[in-house]
Design a protein around this ligand. Structure first.
Ligand SMILES: [Zn+2]
Length: 334
């Protein structure tokens, strides 16, 4: 997804295309990005390009160290694209970009200590303090999804067991629903009927929709996910002590069905509860476009810095030229 975003975070135009196959080379992904940007540049005056990449971005925000769904491995994405696009390019992690957007234009406005948690297929996260994204020494801070919450628990694709995202994410929600349906549990009859027995068709949005319509099992599953969310948030509060947690990602569409139980569990598990101020837990406002809006806004900042540095360089050069000119004329008159 690519879009043109103005200085107030409004999306002026948006285009979408298929993500190239993971097996394809980074070159194919790069070509796709360039194509989208050039297409939008035909109709808009583009000053900078920001990329919210679903992967680990290094501390210099140049290389994508690893991306689970693309072929990027230590890929110098920023330099490659800057060479082809002729405008300043910024690359950041997608959760960092989304957190930035929520802080600038969304649910986190006015919060100087904010933690963003994105519940999608897994859990992404980001930390913002005093208007700065905390990236860590190596650029990969905020990978909250792989904190261990259940020793010896569910196996995670990351190689460990019991990671937080195995209990509180879209994948966890769907896995639990399918397990209940496969066990032919009476509580699952509603959803089994809904998918006409094709358990593989059960999806996260479907569970949310059924929960809204009052399906007891779906409500319960969202409560479980929400409860685990609250436990993890309490742990993060112990470590980071922010004033606000913004919950984004696809699963956050369940809104109070998820966030209500999360708040309850957070209060029950918060260390020092009753003797410390409680952080606000709120749903993200910008939806699936948050990452794009945030990346664009971060790129705008980089471009401004770039223009300022450029102006200083030009001014220095002009001063030098005046100096040379002045010497020449003084020598001439001598
Ligand atoms: Zn893991």
């Amino acid at each position: 997804m690519a879009g043109v975003v103005d200085a107030d975070g409004n999306i002026l135009e948006k285009v979408r295309t298929e993500t190239p196959d993971k097996s394809k080379s980074p070159k194919v992904v790069e070509d796709t990005i360039v194509e989208l940007v050039l297409d939008l540049s035909d109709r808009h005056d583009v000053h900078a390009v920001g990329i919210g990449a679903a992967g680990w971005v290094d501390a210099d925000r140049n290389r994508v160290l690893f991306a689970p769904h693309l072929s990027w491995r230590n890929e110098p994405l920023r330099d490659r694209l800057a060479g082809r696009l002729a405008v300043p390019v910024l690359v950041d992690n997608d959760a960092n970009s989304a957190a930035w957007a929520e802080w600038r234009f969304g649910a986190g406005r006015g919060e100087d200590h904010l933690v963003m948690i994105t519940l999608g297929t897994g859990i992404g996260g980001a930390i913002l303090e005093d208007g700065q994204v905390k990236r860590g020494k190596y650029g990969v801070a905020g990978e909250f999804g792989h904190m261990q919450v259940v020793p010896g628990g569910h196996r995670c694709p990351c190689g460990n067991r019991g990671c937080w995202e195995q209990y509180s994410s879209g994948n966890a929600l769907v896995r639990e629903a399918r397990e209940l349906a496969a066990a032919d549990s009476p509580v699952a009859y509603g959803i089994i009927e809904h998918v006409k027995g094709n358990i593989g068709d059960i999806s996260g949005p479907m569970i949310t929709e059924l929960a809204r319509e009052g399906d007891a099992m779906c409500i319960e599953l969202l409560q479980d996910i929400g409860q685990w969310l609250g436990v993890g948030i309490a742990n993060l509060a112990a470590a980071l002590d922010p004033s606000c947690f913004v919950i984004g990602g696809g699963v956050s569409a369940a809104d109070d069905l998820l966030i209500g139980p999360a708040r309850d569990a957070f209060r029950r598990h918060l260390t020092g509860r009753g003797y410390r101020p409680e952080a606000r837990i709120t749903r993200a406002q910008l939806g699936p476009e948050a990452g794009m809006v945030g990346a664009a806004d971060l790129a705008r900042l980089v471009a401004r810095r770039f223009r300022r540095a450029n102006r200083r360089r030009v001014e220095r050069y002009e001063r030098y030229e005046r100096y040379v000119e002045a010497r020449r004329s003084s020598q001439d008159s001598a």
